[in-house]
Design a binder for this molecule. Structure first.
Ligand code: ATP
Ligand code: MG
Length: 579
């Protein structure tokens, strides 16, 4: 070879490598490749071969400009053909190891997750449960699942099991589980102790006066009666001789902390309890039950969300008066997601008024909704870890959950062609045949499907609309087609199989495609108002190979996004996971 030829080959190789890396960089950064990043990679390859950066840089610059001129879809498609291995995002390992807990000793740390069985768990609960569970694991300690079921008006028998199932799905295992309502007798004894000590009292005032007293920092007349009277009234409350009254902690009515102004410890609730039925009608509040249970069950590091901050003083004051051990209370920020209701109080009304279809509606951040949509447990865990356990309240984008999920499902999801809003395409001159296509560009273990090729296809209306008679496009992974006529059908001519740079690549299905509806969730709230268009139904055709997939399998519909497939009595539905 002459030296001129050697130079030509080297230039070609540099351009080819630059194109690969430019496409990869563009796909990673919203369609715009960064020159510096690409130059670095190309130089690293060719400097070793004795080529000076001065010769490399102009070639890379030209290539980056070219690539940045393509649409995002074109970039992704070309990269998929040129170097599919680069499509899998480079891993950025962000090491999140749980920071140390104060006063923590190996094998002695005990944590707990205390859900109230009054609804299905959501991603905020997952955050709490994962942190509690992972800390117990970190110290080789133990983890308790405690049902804080002390409000019979809200608690419901179906939720105990449902919450357990959802935690199991997340991969959380508890060493012990119990119900706070099983300990009510013990709570009553502790209450009696406080009354006898004059550290609590029965208050017979009406709700309005109690509220006023708290606002005006004024003691009520009940507060200073002798303890014997309060003990007596407590017994009357228990035996229902007295049908009105609450028990309050004698804390500090003058405190600047409103939570300390003699908080309620017990109140009457006559609704039968889902498990205890009508055995009890006096129930502890969260202030009482939460502190007492944490202490007595041996929890060393209870985590609470920051909203309880003001109540921490009550927690310690109460345990002090009871002479009970004080755990190391830990605090973290409540999880909030843009446009999504991460709270049972906000989710329940949406279900009750029919705004969403149920607890597993794909628009909801409930664990069941996320599962139905195709978010996998590992992604939730990674997301929680990536957020850390800061106390700073912030509203995050659901895109962060999607990004974690994509990293996990992308390498293991089968690829299929889905054609939304299909239009028929007739191609003349194409050879009838059966072709074999891999289910995944790199992972051969995912297998193949064979596709019958005839002269008629379906293609997405939106893609074809952007092309004109005379244009040539590519039926992805098959051949080029030159458009000859467009009316209610599209007519084209076979135009070879050579890749044509910059030609649009379109996914397609053959005539024997199946029809499918894909449900695509959007945010439920926009500027705090309900988004009426939060669920789109996209109708389309999918390859018959979908019949071979398992119910619940997550696949990628190429150039469309990841979709979780559900099959029920011959009806196949899809739920859009994310791009
Ligand atoms: P909601 O507002 O959804 O009704 P809750 O606090 O009443 O929530 P619980 O069942 O009492 O629900 O919560 C159990 C645990 O989960 C508590 O420790 C609570 O702090 C935690 N938790 C609930 N929602 C979130 C959230 N959005 N982010 C983080 N932790 C949460
Ligand atoms: Mg609660």
């Amino acid at each position: 070879m002459t030296s001129e030829n050697i130079q030509k080959t080297a230039r070609k190789n540099i351009q080819k490598t630059a194109r690969k890396y430019a496409l990869q960089n563009a796909v990673q950064f919203e369609g715009s490749a960064q020159l510096k990043a690409v130059i670095g990679k190309v130089i690293a390859v060719f400097q070793k071969k004795g080529i000076h950066p001065k010769e490399i840089i102009p070639l890379v610059k030209k290539t980056v400009d070219d690539v940045n001129g393509l649409s995002k879809d074109q970039q992704r498609d070309e990269l998929e053909t040129l170097a599919p291995e680069l499509l899998i995002k480079e891993k950025k390992v962000r090491d999140f190891s749980l920071s140390d807990l104060p006063f923590a000793e190996d094998k002695k740390v005990i944590t707990r997750f205390p859900p109230e069985p009054n609804g299905y768990l959501h991603i905020g609960h997952a955050k709490a449960a994962i942190i509690d569970y992972e800390y117990a694991k970190k110290y080789d300690g133990s983890f308790i699942l405690r049902f804080d079921d002390t409000n019979p008006e809200k608690d419901c028998v179906e939720f105990y099991d449902a919450q357990k199932q959802d935690l199991k799905w997340l991969g959380i295992k508890w060493d012990k589980s119990y119900h706070t309502s099983d300990n009510l007798k013990m709570h009553y004894e502790l209450c009696l102790q406080l009354l006898k000590q004059s550290d609590a009292y029965v208050c017979l005032c009406d709700a309005e006066n109690i509220k006023m007293g708290r606002q005006k920092k004024k003691n009520c007349p009940c507060r200073n009666l002798p303890s014997e009277i309060h003990v007596d009234q407590w017994e009357q409350l228990l035996s229902s001789t007295l049908d009105n009254g609450i028990v309050r902690l004698k804390a500090d009515m003058k405190s600047l902390n409103t939570a300390m102004r003699d908080p309620t410890l017990f109140r009457i609730i006559t609704t039968p309890h889902p498990l205890q039925k009508d055995r009890f009608h006096i129930w502890p509040t969260y202030d009482f039950a939460g502190a007492v249970e944490d202490s007595i069950s041996g929890v060393t590091h209870p985590f609470r969300t920051k909203e309880y901050e003001l109540r921490d003083e009550v927690y310690f004051y109460l345990l002090d008066k009871l002479g009970l051990r004080k755990p190391h209370l830990m605090e973290f920020a409540r999880l909030s997601i843009e446009g999504m209701p991460v709270s049972k109080r906000k989710i329940t009304p949406l279900i009750e008024n029919g705004s969403v279809s149920g607890y597993d509606d794909v628009r909801l951040p409930t664990l069941r909704g996320l599962k139905k949509r195709g978010i996998v447990p590992k992604a939730i865990k990674k997301f929680v870890f990536s957020q850390g356990i800061s106390k700073v309240e912030s509203i995050v984008s659901f895109g962060l959950v999607e990004a974690e999920n994509r990293k996990i499902i992308d390498p293991v999801s089968k690829r299929l062609f889905f054609v939304s809003d299909p239009v028929e395409l007739i191609v003349s001159g194409i050879q009838k045949k059966s072709i074999v296509m891999p289910f995944h560009p790199t992972d051969k273990s995912l297998g193949t499907r064979s596709v019958l090729i005839d002269d008629s296809f379906y293609v997405p209306r939106e893609d074809i609309a952007s092309l004109n008679v005379g244009d040539t496009f590519r039926l992805k992974d098959l051949c080029n087609v030159k458009i000859q006529k467009k009316n209610d059908k599209i007519y084209g001519m076979y135009a070879g199989e050579e890749l044509i740079a910059k030609s649009k690549k379109i996914q397609w299905t053959s005539k024997d495609a199946l029809s499918i509806d894909v449900f695509k969730p959007e945010v439920l709230f926009k500027n705090d108002t309900f988004n009426e268009n939060s669920l789109q139904v996209i109708h389309g055709n999918v390859e018959p190979a979908i019949k071979k997939l398992k119910d619940g399998e997550i696949v990628q519909f190429e150039r469309f996004g990841f979709v979780r497939i559900e099959k029920e009595n011959d009806v196949i539905k899809g739920f859009f996971t994310h791009r």
